[in-house]
Design a protein around this ligand. Structure first.
Ligand SMILES: Cc1cc2nc3c(=O)[nH]c(=O)nc-3n(C[C@H](O)[C@H](O)[C@H](O)COP(=O)(O)OP(=O)(O)OC[C@H]3O[C@@H](n4cnc5c(N)ncnc54)[C@H](O)[C@@H]3O)c2cc1C
Length: 85
């Protein structure tokens, strides 16, 4: 994420670094929220608790602003270009 921000500040393209940051953060977010949801048991469905909102919103991060599959495509294309023999 820091690398992506530094490249952006320097006026350079940061597709690969931003894609890596977005992919990792959103996948971990979904995983952590899912685990937290399980720990809450049935309360996970109750709007009394923050986890209910997180459970609805975390999956969106896997889809919105470029799905994880598209991020992987962007990253792999970028790396193949950068490290071309
Ligand atoms: C609540 C919500 C709010 C949104 N807000 C906005 C907004 O404000 N502005 C905006 O512009 N858009 C918005 N979107 C749209 C969002 O960006 C798209 O839904 C998202 O980019 C996925 O595109 P899609 O729905 O066409 O899915 P598709 O592109 O049809 O993808 C469906 C599935 O196929 C996979 N897939 C697609 N192509 C490939 C490929 N080439 N290789 C491998 N896998 C692939 C995807 O990863 C996904 O799993 C919003 C969506 C939602 C649900």
């Amino acid at each position: 994420m820091v690398n992506a921000a530094r490249l952006k500040d320097a006026g350079q393209r940061n597709d690969v670094e931003a894609g890596m940051a977005k992919l990792l953060a959103s996948e971990y977010c979904a995983e952590v929220v899912q685990e937290a949801f399980r720990i809450h048991g049935g309360y996970g469905y109750s709007k009394e608790y923050e986890i209910e909102r997180l459970m609805r919103e975390a999956p969106f991060l896997l889809i919105g602003e470029g799905t994880s599959e598209i991020q992987k495509t962007i990253i792999s294309r970028g790396l193949l270009t950068q490290y071309k023999l």
